[in-house]
Design a binder for this molecule. Structure first.
Ligand code: EPU
Length: 430
């Protein structure tokens, strides 16, 4: 694993960023769509693919299954499923990317068997896979666990349609069982599903290729199991990354004299735009762009955050927004309800000069504003890695961010894109 660093010169309220920044395709949309290739009898093209580290992990998993991911040009790939034969998810890739678990549904549904290790990924909490294992058992599969690997076999070689109620509306579990249901025998009903835009986009893609999924956008989905999907000449166009959009918006609200964030879909992050507007951030929200500046920076008002499944406040933007709140007037309560390890980074913000008190693993209060000071930081996950980039730019003096691998997992060529709007950020390769 690469151990690159970023060296960032803080703006310290003396200089500001300006210009335009393009939002890439959504990582969390492209991963399940590429995994859906296991359900296809032919191949298909994918456009607006972000160039991120997770794409390399995805390629490793697809290769292990006999599927080829061919780059046609920048941002465009063709997924060739002609050689598909594997039933095992690549161990190394799986340990580095939790989303590898999405492959379990399509592989088990297509081949009736599956081998995979317990997935790893960002250090944000325990991240169990009980919802997956329970669901497969409901679909008639038998699970064995030894030497750190799960070995799962469908009864008589084919999953059976089932009624599955998710105790938690998990994003990847919803995606996994939608895909499992497509090749299962009979009807699968999924209740209390997640409704993130990436899931809606996946369902629309699958339905356009022959899947029969009803209830899109509601908490209950019905899937009629059937035959392999066929793309014909259809191409999947990756939706804009709402988490990247939100990250840039928070950056702009703190550090930009004027910033245009384009190629995005602001309709997917209304909770963020509403909260920032109420706090006093000057912005103009268009259909596919947001213009933002920090002219009211000195008067931003504090507010509380409670993370929630979509369309509530996304846990992924909790850490960037906490950085924002260190610069707002008053006290904020941050209540992280989804992951129990996703507030640990706040101790680093305290070392930078923020006034943050942790009450328990799920709650901190932030009192602002406080001038942050540059220091050495280690990114524990994708989003907090970017939150540290924002904090470093807000701060006075230099910061060094290690473990840049995590930022690279979700934000493609970020140092180049931020340099393009005036940030002094350099990558030191290691
Ligand atoms: N959970 C269980 N059991 C399970 C699965 C999940 O208890 O079997 C719990 C989790 O521990 C968590 C909650 O359910 O407390 C919700 O987690 P979820 O399963 O929805 O998370 P995920 O599907 O693993 C996706 C995104 C994450 C994002 C979360 C929450 C992808 C590939 N990943 O993860 O994105 O934080 O949903 O919205 O879609 C990121 O992009 O940086 C990232 C981490």
């Amino acid at each position: 694993m690469k151990k690159d660093k970023f060296i960032i010169q803080g703006l310290g309220n003396n200089n500001f960023l300006s210009g335009k920044i393009r939002v890439n395709g959504a990582k969390n949309a492209v991963l399940p769509v590429m995994a859906s290739s296991v359900l296809f009898k032919d191949g298909f093209g994918v456009k607006n693919v972000p160039f991120i580290e997770d794409l390399n992990r995805l390629d490793e998993i697809l290769k292990g299954l006999g599927i080829e991911m061919k780059k046609e040009k920048e941002g465009e790939y063709f997924i060739n499923t002609k050689g598909i034969n594997g039933v095992e998810i690549d161990e190394e890739a799986s340990k580095r990317m939790r989303a590898s678990v999405i492959f379990t549904g399509p592989i088990l549904a297509r081949f009736g068997e599956l081998v995979f290790p317990h997935p790893g990924g960002c250090v944000i909490g325990a991240r169990p896979i009980d919802l997956f294992l329970d669901g497969f058992e409901k679909m008639g599969a038998k699970i064995e666990h030894s030497d750190g690997k799960y070995s799962i076999k469908a009864k008589d070689g084919r999953l059976k349609g089932a009624n599955i109620f998710f105790k938690i509306p998990s994003v990847t579990a919803t995606e996994t069982f939608i895909m499992a249901g497509i090749l299962a025998e009979g009807k699968t009903t999924l209740k209390n599903v997640a409704i993130e835009p990436e899931i809606i986009s996946l369902i629309e893609w699958l339905n356009s290729c022959g899947a029969k999924i009803k209830g899109v956008g509601t908490p209950v989905l019905e899937i009629e199991g059937g035959v392999l999907l066929e793309a014909g000449d259809k191409i999947y166009e990756t939706i804009a990354d709402r988490l990247e959009t939100g990250s840039f918006l928070i950056l702009g609200a703190l550090c930009a004299s004027d910033l245009e964030i384009y190629n995005c879909n602001p309709a997917h992050l209304e909770i963020i735009t509403e909260m920032l507007k109420d706090s006093g951030v000057d912005m103009q929200v268009g259909k596919d762009f947001i213009k933002v500046n920090n002219k009211n920076l000195k008067n931003y008002k504090a507010f509380n955050i409670k993370t929630h499944e979509y369309p509530g406040f996304p846990t992924d933007l909790q850490s960037p927004m906490t950085v924002f709140l260190t610069q707002a007037q008053g006290e904020s309560l941050i209540f992280e309800t989804i992951f129990e390890g996703r507030l640990n980074y706040t101790s680093d913000l305290v070392k930078m000069g923020a006034d943050i008190k942790m009450w328990d693993a799920h709650r901190v209060t932030v009192k602002g504003p406080n001038q942050l000071k540059g220091r050495e930081l280690e990114g524990p996950d994708i989003r907090t890695g970017f939150a540290f980039v924002i904090a470093s730019l807000v701060a006075e003096k230099e910061s060094v961010i290690t473990n840049v691998y995590y930022i690279d997992r979700g934000y493609g060529s970020i140092e180049k894109r931020l340099s393009g709007i005036g940030a002094d950020i350099k990558r030191v390769e290691n």
